[in-house]
Design a protein around this ligand. Sequence first.
Ligand SMILES: [Zn+2]
Length: 254
Amino acid sequence: MADDLVANYQPSFESVEEERLHRKQRLAAGFRIFAKFGFEEGVAGHITARDPEHLDHFWVNPFGMSFSHIRVSDLIRVNDRGEVVEGNASVNTAAFAIHSAVHAARPDVIAAAHSHSLHGKAWSSLGRLLDPLTQDACAFYEDHALFDDYTGVVLDQEEGKRIAHSLGERKAVILRNHGLLTVGHSVDEAVFWFVTMERTCQAQLLAEAAGTPVLIDEDSARLTRGQVGAHVSGYISFRPLYDKIVREQPDLLD
Ligand SMILES: [Zn+2]
């Protein structure tokens, strides 16, 4: 791991405005990355970033706007009552119900990501945790949960609280019959965990369709989790995705 990348982990900022802009740039890039990976389906899906000043407010995508069009200036800020306090758009009710509960339950969480990505939702219907089948899958070994319930679109905060409770101190939760939710100490981390978790679901679906996969043993899976599943690993793994999307779609920073 390059030393300069590690040194830049959790960069410091001169002002709260600078830190806010940094988070919003990562967030807008996260939506463009989600669009590129095909994680968008209608109006479903949201990534949130905690405001660095108003700690019970978060930034999120405007309801009904394609992930592939979202710019920094399109992001909206939502308070702890679900009111939009910055930006000219409404917020997805489910985004508030789920993400506000997660941000409230986990003060360490800066960002949370959720969408109805294809392999994530297919896997979620099995009601199982992911197995340590690959090196990448080990990021989630003993570090993800199953929300083993489905009762319709999440619209009330009580259900958001139950999801946050299932998540506990982990980096991700599989919402049964629904999709994936990941969190991180940075937007970078939450987005990267989502990307790699979706592909981990795809890999396990492929492997189990083809035969009987060999599992990585417990000790090796734990060791590997420490190597590929640390906060800094998620943060650094996001970097190439960010650099690529900004070069391809520089208007996201507008
Ligand atoms: Zn959803």
